[in-house]
Design a protein around this ligand. Structure first.
Ligand code: F0G
Length: 458
C-alpha cells in the first residue's frame, strides 16, 4: 500500500472554532500582527511548535490516573527511571519540569565564567543558559547544515575538524561538548551515528565529556535507520541505545519525543556532577524522585517513551512531515531541504523577494498564512535574531518560517488544508506587505513586539 495511514484512531476530539478571513484580519490586527498575541482558540491549525502539543494515548491517560503522588520514593518515579534507562543507560536520571530546567542545572554545575561550550547548533534556551553561566556557546555544524538547498542526509552533523581544532585551541576551557538531535535550530536535521562516534572519539582525545540535547532522539534514530548504511535492519530501540552509549549525559525536553505536555530530565554518569545537580534540583525544582513534576506526569512520560520508538508511529511521523514539505515544493514554495523530522521550514526571503530582510519577509508570510487560513506558524529570522546586543539591527542569516507539526494531532486532511492555503498565498505573494516594528522590548522581542504593515510610501 502506498498510503501511510495515521496508526491510531481518535477517541477524544477537541473542536476547532471556524473563523472567516475578515474575522482573522481583525484578530491579527488587534494582536498587533504578532502571532504570539493571538488567542489559541482563534487559530484553526496551530503549527507554532511541536513542543508540549502532542496528543497523549489512551494508555497514557490511564497512566495519569495511576500516578502516585508520594513526596519521596514514588513508584511512578521508578517506572519513569526504568523507562528512561531502557533507552538511555545513564547512572543518574534527574527529572525536571522541562528541558530548559535540565539545561540550567547542568550548566550551573558544569560551566564556569570564561568557559566555552561547542555544539552543532545550540537551541536558544541552551545558548541562553550557557551564556547565563558566563560561558560562550559556539556552533560548529557542518557547512552543508547552513545551506538550505543542500540535500546532505545528515545536515545536523558536527564539523569534526573544527571541533578537534577548537578543543586543541582551548585546553581546560571546554567543560563539555553538546550535540542536539535532531538539530532544531538548523531545520530539524538529523545527526548520523558515524558523526556521533566521531564526536565521541574527538572528546576522548581531549578528555572532554559529551552530552546530547535529546529532545527529538526518536526522530533522529529513525532517520539513521532510513538513511545510514548498515542500520536498515536495526530496531529503533537498538539505534537509540547505541546513540546514548556514546555519550556521558543528556538533557531532555519530554514535551517533544516523550509525547507528553510537560516534563524533562537531566541524566549523566558522573557522580560528583550528579550530586551537585541533585542539590540544585532540591533548591529549585523539587525532591529528586519528582523534580518539578507530578507523579502522574512521570507515568505519562514512561508510557510515552515506549510509544515513541514504535516504528509504525515513526514511519507515519516522518512521512507526514515529508508529505507537507514535498507538496509545498511542488507548489514552488522554497523550503529547507531535505524535510526535517518535526517541521517544514519555508525560506520566506526567497519566497517574497520583493521584501528586504528588514521588512521582515518571515513575519509577512506568517501573518498572511493566518489571514488566509487561520494557520499559526513561527518566524525564525530577522525578527527573532536581528537585534544585536549593541542595539543595532542586522538581517539574520536566513528568514525562515517554521511549520512545526504537533505529534498525533492533525490528520492528512488538516495538512491538505494547509497546502491549499499555501496555494492561495502563492497567488497573492507579490502583494503581501512588509512590516515595521512599532514597539519592542529590550530582549527576546519576537514574543511581544508590535508590528504594523508597510503601506506604499511608508
Ligand atoms: N532543546 C531543543 C533542541 C529544543 O527544541 C527545546 C525547545 C529545548 C531544548 C528546551 O526545551 O521547551 O522543554 O524547555 N524547543 C521548543 C520549540 C520550545 O518550539 O522548538 P523546553
Amino acid at each position: 500500500m502506498k498510503t501511510i495511514i495515521e496508526p491510531f484512531r481518535i477517541k477524544v476530539v477537541e473542536p476547532i472554532r471556524m473563523t472567516t478571513r475578515a474575522e482573522r484580519e481583525r484578530l491579527i490586527r488587534e494582536a498587533r500582527y504578532n502571532l504570539f498575541g493571538l488567542h489559541a482558540d482563534d487559530v484553526l491549525i496551530d503549527l507554532l511548535t511541536d513542543s508540549g502539543t502532542s496528543a497523549m494515548s489512551a494508555r497514557q491517560w490511564a497512566g495519569i490516573m495511576q500516578g502516585d503522588e508520594s513526596y519521596a520514593g514514588s513508584p511512578s518515579y521508578h517506572r519513569f527511571e526504568a523507562a528512561v534507562r531502557a533507552l538511555m543507560p545513564f547512572r543518574h536520571i534527574i527529572p525536571t519540569h522541562q528541558g530548559r530546567a535540565a539545561e540550567r542545572i547542568l550548566f550551573s554545575v558544569a560551566v564556569k565564567p570564561g568557559d566555552r561550550v561547542p555544539g552543532n547548533t545550540h537551541f536558544d534556551t541552551t545558548r541562553a543558559n550557557i551564556e547565563a553561566s558566563g560561558a560562550e556557546a559556539v556552533d560548529l555544524v557542518i557547512p552543508e547544515g547552513l545551506d538550505p538547498e543542500s540535500r546532505h542526509p545528515f545536515k545536523g552533523n558536527m564539523d569534526l575538524d573544527r571541533l578537534e581544532a577548537f578543543l586543541a585551541e582551548h585546553p581546560g576551557r571546554v567543560p563539555l561538548v553538546m550535540i542536539t538531535v535532531t538539530n532544531n535550530s538548523g531545520g530539524g536535521q538529523p545527526v548520523s551515528m558515524a558523526n556521533l562516534r566521531g564526536v565521541r572519539a574527538v572528546c576522548d582525545r581531549h578528555g572532554v565529556p559529551l552530552f546530547i540535547d535529546a529532545c527529538r532522539f526518536a526522530e533522529n534514530a529513525y532517520f539513521i535507520k532510513l538513511r545510514e548504511e548498515g542500520y536498515a535492519d536495526h530496531s529503533v530501540r537498538a539505534i537509540v541505545r547505541e546513540m546514548f552509549s556514546l555519550a556521558d549525559g543528556m538533557t531532555m525536553s519530554a514535551k517533544k519525543d516523550a509525547l507528553v505536555n510537560i516534563g524533562g530530565w537531566l541524566a549523566m554518569n558522573d557522580d560528583a556532577w550528579a550530586e551537585q545537580a541533585n542539590t540544585l534540583l532540591i533548591l529549585t525544582e523539587g525532591f529528586p524522585t519528582y523534580g518539578g513534576l507530578a507523579g502522574r506526569d512521570l507515568e505519562a512520560i514512561a508510557i510515552g517513551l515506549e510509544e515513541v520508538v514504535d516504528e509504525d508511529y515513526l514511519q507515519y511521523r516522518i512521512a507526514s512531515t515529508r508529505y507537507l514539505g514535498e507538496a509545498l515544493s511542488r507548489l514552488g514554495v522554497p523550503i529547507v531541504q531535505p524535510v526535517g523530522g518535526h517541521a517544514v521550514y519555508v525560506d520566506a526571503r526567497r519566497m517574497l523577494p520583493h521584501l528586504s530582510p528588514l521588512q521582515y519577509p518571515g513575519q509577512a508570510l506568517a501573518v498572511a498564512l493566518y489571514e488566509v487560513g487561520g494557520i499559526r506558524s513561527c518566524e525564525i529570522g530577522t525578527v527573532m535574531f536581528g537585534r544585536r546586543p549593541d542595539g543595532s539591527e542586522q538581517p539574520a542569516p536566513m528568514d525562515l518560517v517554521r511549520l512545526a507539526i504537533p505529534r498525533r494531532v492533525y490528520t492528512q486532511s488538516h495538512i491538505d488544508y494547509v497546502i491549499e492555503c499555501f496555494e492561495e498565498v502563492q497567488r497573492e505573494k507579490e502583494r503581501l506587505p512588509g512590516y515595521r516594528i512599532t514597539w519592542e522590548p529590550p530582549r527576546l522581542r519576537h514574543f511581544t513586539a508590535h508590528f504594523a504593515p508597510l503601506t506604499a510610501g511608508s
